[in-house]
Design a protein. Structure first.
Length: 113
């Protein structure tokens, strides 16, 4: 496949594009938690080991890439909810498959968790 440009950046293959959008430490755990329900920011903060700054950054990136919908309610104190978009729901079979593969590796290698 020839190189292509998406949002001003050159990509060498479609896997690179997808992994940039959903890869890294935190994006898949965020998507995983949103697959069953809409969650408030405070509920997503319960993801172990993620800082507020990183959670905010990752949510903004997922929103910009069209995987997550953010709804802000005009109340005091502010209420913000996150849910998956149609694009986010479409990516979940891949996220689930990657998770299952990782669980299999943990079991196969006898990694303690």
């Amino acid at each position: 496949m020839p190189d292509f440009i998406y949002k001003g950046k050159v990509y060498y293959n479609p896997v690179q594009l997808v992994m940039e959008q959903i890869g890294g430490i935190w994006k898949m755990p965020i998507l995983w938690r949103l697959q069953e329900q809409t969650l408030r920011y405070s509920e997503l903060r319960k993801i172990p080991h993620i800082s507020d700054k990183m959670l905010t950054t990752q949510l903004r990136e997922l929103e910009a890439d069209g995987y997550v919908y953010r709804e802000v309610y005009p109340v005091v104190p502010p209420k913000t909810e996150y849910s998956l978009t149609e694009k986010g729901r479409m990516i979940m079979p891949l996220v689930n498959q990657i998770r299952e593969y990782g669980l299999g590796m943990i079991e196969e290698e006898g990694i303690e968790h």
